[in-house]
Ligand binder design. Structure first.
Ligand code: FA5
Length: 372
């Protein structure tokens, strides 16, 4: 067995030579100082302080040295590695500080800049009023139903007992939809929401309790109280033992919830082909409550000093309509109403002119708040 290599001199192991260790250290510190960013520093750290860096490899040589030489070589290499590791840490923290300072500048938010250059949109008051009206009936147990805006003449007129020569069928009121080459298509833009009465009876099991908010079309000129495109809320009840008293009650509840407690309602005889008897529904003027009637000193602009405001039509469903929808008229009866939604909005919010509702001016809509 050979004796330990006591004469082994670390100076002779080239990687452990003080000059070489110093060169590795200087080279590492130089690279660390030059690392311009955190990514680059990471590469420098792996190259000069990682497991396969020249100093780490030199460190491995120490194990083969005689004990007497180990301490000195260990001190030299260890000192260099410590210096490199500390330099990496210092440079890392310096580069992080620089990055944070840069991010603060680059991503700075000027909290004094105006934030509402593009104002948030809101639904049109007609939509929100229509929903409030329907909600009142939903609270009484009604469902919301829908129907098409381009409607078959049969639903819009025939099934509702409009005779072929009824004036509402003429070009005066109705937008007819032309078929190919201008031929008759049998389609119209619905002139009211009443066709959905028939659709609801055909689609659903009886009894039926529905309200139908929807867009309707007539060849009316746009003026202060009319628009060619407007909205109605239809109501329909078909059940056993239904009477006009239930209609009075439902309208009364609607008016009080929509316009105010204690307001009275009344019905005036009228005519619709699809209801018999038919009536116009009036509610007591919620502004003057009738005080302006015969009182020229306190005129009321809301009801034109009449004390009452007309809100729509109603009546007992004509048995011919029930028959057209396949309902057994011996067993079932029903009533229906149709309220103008523009009219309701005008009264509920004091809107004077229909133009405001259709022109889409944001200043009008914004006055109703940003209700979604
Ligand atoms: C009807 O349309 C019937 N379908 C209502 C009805 C339903 C009666 C169920 C009986 C049973 P009328 O044509 O009166 O009825 O219209 C009802 C409401 O729609 C009117 O009171 C009015 O508020 C509104 N209205 C009618 N034409 C226009 C228009 N051009 N612009 C704005 N609102 C209108």
């Amino acid at each position: 067995m050979s004796a330990p290599n006591n004469s082994y001199d670390p100076v002779e192991v080239s990687a452990l030579h003080p000059d070489e260790v110093e060169r590795m250290r200087t080279e590492a510190l130089d690279a660390i100082a030059k690392a311009a960013g955190l990514e680059e520093l990471k590469e420098v750290r792996i190259a000069h302080a990682g497991d396969r860096s020249p100093l780490a490899l030199a460190n491995r040589e120490i194990g083969a040295l005689p004990p007497a030489a180990k301490a000195e070589a260990g001190k030299r290499v260890g000192g260099a590695r410590r210096a490199v590791s500390e330099a990496v840490k210092a440079r890392q923290s310096q580069l992080e500080d620089e990055r944070d300072a840069r991010v603060l500048v680059e991503e700075a938010v000027d909290v004094t800049l105006p934030f509402d250059r593009i104002p948030r949109g809101a639904r049109h008051p007609l939509t929100t009023v229509a929903e409030r009206m329907a909600d009142i009936f939903v609270g009484m147990g009604f469902e919301v139903a829908e129907g098409p805006e381009v409607e078959a003449e049969w639903y819009n007129f025939d099934a509702l007992n409009f005779l072929p020569d009824h004036p509402a069928r003429t070009m005066q009121d109705t937008f007819f939809v032309a078929g190919p080459d201008g031929a008759e298509s049998g389609l119209v833009l619905r002139t009211h929401t009443s066709p959905v009465q028939v659709r609801s009876m055909l689609d659903r099991e009886l009894p039926v309790y529905v309200v139908v908010p929807g867009r309707t079309f007539r060849t009316d000129e746009l003026d202060a109280t009319h628009s060619p495109v407007f909205h109605q809320l239809e109501g329909l009840v078909v059940d056993e033992g239904i009477t006009l008293a239930h209609l009075r009650g439902a309208i009364q509840v609607f008016v009080e919830r929509m316009f105010g407690e204690g307001l009275r309602t009344r019905m005036r005889p009228s005519y619709f082909p699809f209801t018999e008897p038919s009536a116009e529904v009036d509610m007591e003027c919620f502004v003057c409550r009738g005080a302006s009637v015969g009182n020229p000193d306190a005129p009321c602009r809301t009801c034109s000093s009449e004390g009452w405001i007309e809100i729509g039509g109603c009546g007992v469903v004509n048995p011919r309509v029930l028959t057209a929808a396949g309902v057994d008229t011996e067993r079932y009866s029903g009533w229906a109403f149709g309220l103008g939604i523009e009219r309701t909005l005008m009264f509920a919010h004091g809107v004077k002119d229909m133009h405001d509702m259709v022109e889409g001016d944001i200043r009008f809509t914004a006055a109703f708040g940003m209700e979604m």
